[in-house]
Design a protein around this ligand. Sequence first.
Ligand code: HEC
Length: 138
Amino acid sequence: MLFEMSRSADGFKWFKNSTAFLAKSAGSGHTQALLRVRYNATAATQLDSNGRIIAGSIFPEGSLIVKELIEQPGVLARYAILYKQKDHRYADAKGWVWGYINVDGTVAETAANKGEACSSCHSQSANIDYQLMNKYFP
Ligand code: HEC
């Protein structure tokens, strides 16, 4: 389900309003060299006019945030996904479901683990409801 929701960029807004590939930050826990991040219409309510996350945001139910993990231009490898649905059986204490899915649909890290491989890093200082893009791409 997360995979099907995340494949198409239709209706999404991009971080800093840009589809450009960004080089991963020094703090990244993700192996691919390049990335870009998009927000569905619900999540995009927490972006300012420059496409940055508004300080103090708590993302509403139905927010879907998709990070495209790219090996090199033209080679999309994986989606890292945050989906807010607090009643989902795989939701964590903040209501987020964590997905990590390769572009061929195989699962890199099952959502059933409730982000246990992800959330300690994403809880670091200056996160906004687990989001780290503002911190590393100011
Ligand atoms: C060691 C730290 C670390 C771990 C572990 C980690 N991440 Fe990340 N993640 C980052 C950083 C830093 C960014 C900002 C972009 C970058 O440099 O990669 C990021 C960006 C993201 C984003 C884009 C939204 C945002 O602003 O944060 C998503 C979605 C995401 N990660 C999901 C995951 C998932 C799912 C897992 C576990 C399978 C995971 N991350 C594990 C550090 C980590």
